[in-house]
Design a protein around this ligand. Structure first.
Ligand SMILES: [Zn+2]
Length: 239
């Protein structure tokens, strides 16, 4: 007998396959990424790869439907005042992000989803606040459904991971998900790594390893699962 699937990627499933999952797990994972310059050592889609990977790993544990990553963000390094990294980013306006987020959430709420996990891989400000504000709007309006908007570092202790741009945390996660896309040897071997010169905000990425990434991921999954185990009985009646 075929094992009953508890999760699946939305764009690769037929309606009956989606419904077979949402019948028991009406949970949508919406990974929100960015196309943003991440220094010479990381790929432009780091935030998207990270958000999609973490959302998928969480869905595998908890159940639900993973939507394609939204490659659209505002407040990128390309417009950061002290930096001169104008190339290799696609930046959208804050207004568009707010609108897009509203339209995504409204359509997911109009369908069978009771819980939406909006996981943002990009932490630029106010981009991340806009996503959280829109989530709040929906949570005020609907009492029988819930949007949980978060960044991965929101639920991981600071000594393991803090908000960063292409620093040790993001690089470790990228090494876990797609090691072939990382080239730490392109960073200088000696001297300081800075935001202005290397597009790194946070701790030196040079000692990052895939194992560190896996450790961050495991703590994230543990804590996110705990939170969802509280939300699921509140919003999903057949559980
Ligand atoms: Zn990033």
């Amino acid at each position: 007998m075929k094992r009953t699937e508890i999760w699946g990627p939305f764009e690769r499933m037929r309606p009956a396959q989606i419904e077979a999952i949402t019948h028991s797990y009406p949970i949508a994972y919406l990974p929100w990424g960015a196309l943003e310059y991440h220094g010479v050592h990381n790929p432009t889609g780091l935030d998207s790869i990270k958000a999609y990977g973490m959302a998928t790993d969480l869905a595998r544990r908890v159940g639900g439907i993973v939507f394609p990553v939204v490659h659209a963000a505002a407040n990128l390094i390309s417009s950061y005042p002290l930096c001169d990294f104008k190339q290799h980013s696609i930046e959208f306006s804050e207004e568009l992000i707010r609108m897009m987020c509203r339209e995504y959430l409204q359509q997911l709420f109009n369908q069978e989803y009771k819980i939406i996990v909006l996981l943002t891989g990009h932490a630029g400000e106010p981009h991340i606040d806009i996503l959280k504000e829109v989530a709040q709007e929906f949570n005020k309006k609907y009492s029988d459904k819930y949007v949980w908007a978060l960044a991965e570092f929101d639920i991981v202790p600071d000594e393991v991971l803090v908000a960063n741009h292409s620093a040790i945390g993001e690089t470790a996660l990228q090494l876990h998900y797609a090691p072939e896309t990382v080239a730490l040897d392109l960073l200088p071997q000696n001297g300081d790594i800075t935001l202005e010169e290397h597009a790194v905000s946070g701790e030196d990425p040079r000692p990052a390893t895939a194992e560190m990434g896996k450790e961050i991921l495991n703590i994230f999954l543990e804590n996110a699962t705990k939170e969802l185990n509280i939300l699921i009985p509140k919003y999903i009646t057949n559980h």
